[in-house]
Design a protein around this ligand. Structure first.
Ligand code: HEC
Length: 123
């Protein structure tokens, strides 16, 4: 999963950012600090962008989230049913908890269906 896709899960939390450099090259973020079951700090230093995250979740070429998940997206006809409904995820989890689940859910559950989006150098 690309970092951009990870932004989607946060739906407004602080992972998403425009960290593209002057030539449009994306800078690799530093290794995040895990505290308990969360990554408290933004990976990019930027605040999240809910509209961008939503667009990524809905994009079946980028996020792929709706392959497995459903959510509060009435305009989308076909949604997954093998994962928790994303509706209310922002209330169930803190921003940092969502960030770790997106970046590397297998740190919490080795059987997680989420693949790690973190660079192998972090693991
Ligand atoms: C291959 C299927 C699959 C895909 C694709 C997928 N997920 Fe998940 N997701 C799961 C499953 C299964 C769980 C339940 C916990 C686990 O397996 O880690 C989960 C858990 C979650 C949770 C925690 C839900 C809760 O409230 O318990 C969030 C948030 C989440 N996914 C967001 C996303 C987002 C955002 C994307 C797209 C970027 C995505 N997922 C893509 C299968 C998937």
């Amino acid at each position: 999963m690309r970092l951009g896709a990870a932004c989607a899960a946060l739906m407004g939390a602080a992972l998403c950012g425009t960290d593209a450099g002057a030539q449009g090259v994306q800078q690799a973020p530093g290794r995040p600090t895990i505290v308990g079951d969360a990554i408290p700090d933004s990976l990019t230093g930027h605040k999240g962008d809910a509209a961008r995250g939503r667009a990524i979740v809905l994009n079946r070429q980028v996020g792929l989230c709706l392959l497995c998940h459903s959510g509060p997206f009435p305009e989308e006809r076909f949604q997954g049913n093998m994962a928790p409904d994303l509706k209310g995820a922002g209330a169930r989890w803190s921003e940092g908890e969502l960030r770790l689940r997106m970046v590397d859910a297998r740190k919490l559950n080795t059987a997680s269906r989420h693949w790690a989006s973190s660079p192998t150098s972090w693991r």
